[in-house]
Design a protein around this ligand. Sequence first.
Ligand code: MN
Length: 158
Amino acid sequence: MILSTFAILGGASGFHASAAESNATEQTIIRNEEQVSIQGTDKIFTGNARIDRIYPANNKMRSNGTSITFEPGARTHWHVHPVGQVLIVTSGLGRTQEWGKPVQEIHPGDVVICPAGIKHWHGAAANKSMTHIEINEAEEPGKVVEWMEPVSDEQYEK
Ligand code: MN
């Protein structure tokens, strides 16, 4: 089954609403408290993950920015990005894996570039949380990811 983040989270859930609709001719300052934290669902994560929006796409800008904090052992389901994705690890200790390749450890300051169409997952280490910023670009409005099956414990531990 393939689902998009957009559907699961109910559109631009958690994003700054007016910035998402912006046809702005001046700067927009999104105040910290204007975007609430969202608990990730088990439809796209194993374990506990918190989603903090940074900035939405709008009718001119195709990327959005989102911060995800994974508790120890938590990870995304397998997925692909239609245009690609950039991950910037900001704290903790993490893991990522491409389908058919070994699990790799990722550290604060590491930048992971996920090419379009490559099946992968990302998440925390087994005993340490991890936060990363995601820059997600959309091919068509709102379509930044196609979700697949959960990452099994066996896959995660390899
Ligand atoms: Mn990804």
